[in-house]
Design a protein around this ligand. Structure first.
Ligand code: 4NP
Length: 160
């Protein structure tokens, strides 16, 4: 069972979308797992995803309307196997809460799954237009493909 956490700043734009996309891929591929998301900031705690994230998700057959924003907490290091940060600021905020090397090793920049070692970022689309959300969706879809397929590969490797 895989436990994956997606993290951005507000947990209303990027990470809720990442959560919905990866959950759908888990379902499609028959991967048993938990997918959740959180924000390094608490400003939007309790809110549903930004309507623009809901719209772009809907257009791809994904319903994220029932997700609610929450703040990342240190205990998330115990609950999750992998923690994906959307940008370098999220990454350093998460790392600053890590208690040890094991915690730190769970944290990754999500686009390093597609572009290893390049430390590319998912731009914050909050203050931009709807095209920004489509751009974010496409980047997250590519990253979630890699994440899901890596899990599948590891699973088949461990049972054969
Ligand atoms: P997110 O986008 O981190 O992708 O959820 C943001 C949403 C809200 C704010 C910043 C980023 N804000 O400052 O309110």
């Amino acid at each position: 069972m895989e436990h994956v956490l997606m993290v951005c700043l507000g947990n209303i734009c990027r990470s809720p979308l990442a959560e919905g996309i990866l959950r759908k891929k888990f379902n499609t591929l028959g991967i048993k797992g938990e997918v959740d998301s959180a924000g390094t900031g608490a400003y939007h705690a309790g809110e549903r995803p930004d309507v623009r994230s809901q719209e772009i998700a809907n257009r791809h057959g994904i319903d994220i309307s029932r997700q609610r924003a929450r703040k990342f907490i240190r205990e998330d290091f115990d609950r999750f196997d992998a923690i994906y940060a959307m940008d370098r600021s999220n990454y350093s905020d998460i790392i600053s809460l890590a208690r040890n090397k094991q915690d730190m090793e769970k944290v990754h920049l999500i686009l390093n799954t597609v572009y290893p070692g390049e430390n590319r970022q998912i731009p914050d689309p909050y203050y931009g237009g709807r095209d920004g959300f489509l751009n974010v969706y496409n980047m997250l879809d590519a990253a979630c493909d890699v994440i899901a397929n890596d899990i599948l590969r590891r699973k088949s490797g461990s049972t054969s």
